[in-house]
Design a protein around this ligand. Structure first.
Ligand code: GAR
Length: 219
């Protein structure tokens, strides 16, 4: 059965495009019911028909809470089964997270728990890491701290810059997000006492992505 997904975006939208491509190719059995943004000028919004778009400039709201409430109401109006943050760069408030908790995922460009927040590629290089990657995690009130569902790992190469690392990581992010959303909507992910389970087993370690784009339990 096709499940309903809403996607939050702030920028260029290449991860959103990966989801759209997978839906079109039939590899992701999802119904995209809304694309929502805190940036009315986000190029990502242009990737979907106007009827699916919602955006508002947070600065036009009296305070942060009011924007969050409006965003949450707009998401709820789409009746999504899952809400996916795909390059959504504004911190979500606790009320928003509670409303969609357990069905709210984010893609983050680091091997969490390393490098929560911004400038992840530069921080991995500065630390001398030999591996870098991306994570899809459940969103909880603490920034980038929710259970990690899945990760993809790439090598750091000699001469890498933050920009080259970001460019090399991006297609792997797309595969990771698509596979993670497919898993999320498959019904194989459940939650008990606020802890995620996959195929009935507690998700103690992130799943890993193989070169064919499939997720498997990491050894
Ligand atoms: C992606 O690299 C995503 O991992 C990152 O923003 C980029 C969005 O690109 N997200 C974060 O940093 C969230 N903290 P896109 O707009 O082309 O999908």
């Amino acid at each position: 059965m096709s499940r309903r997904i809403a996607v939050l975006v702030s920028g260029r939208g290449s991860n959103l495009q990966a989801l759209l491509d997978a839906i079109k190719a039939g590899t992701l059995s999802a119904d995209l019911v809304g694309v929502l943004s805190d940036r009315p000028d986000a190029p990502a919004l242009q990737k979907v028909p106007e009827a699916l778009r919602w955006s508002a400039d947070a600065k036009s709201f009296p305070d942060r809470l009011a924007f969050d409430q409006a965003l949450a109401d707009a998401v709820a109006a789409c009746h999504p089964d899952w809400v996916i943050c795909a390059g959504y760069m504004r911190i979500l408030g606790d009320d928003f997270i509670e409303r969609f908790r357990g069905r709210l995922l984010n893609i983050h460009p680091s091997l969490l728990p390393k490098y929560r927040g911004l400038r992840t590629h530069a921080r991995a290089l500065a630390a001398g890491d030999v591996e870098h990657g991306a994570s899809v995690h459940f969103v909880v009130p603490e920034l980038d701290a929710g259970t990690v569902l899945a990760q993809v790992v790439i090598p750091v190469l000699p001469g890498d810059t933050p920009e080259s690392l970001a460019v090399r990581l991006l297609p792997h992010e797309h595969a990771l997000l698509t596979a993670s959303v497919a898993l999320a909507i498959s019904g194989r992910l459940t939650e008990q006492d606020s802890h995620p389970f996959c195929d009935g087993q507690p998700l103690l370690k992130p799943l890993a992505l193989d070169s064919s784009g499939n997720l498997f339990p990491s050894p």
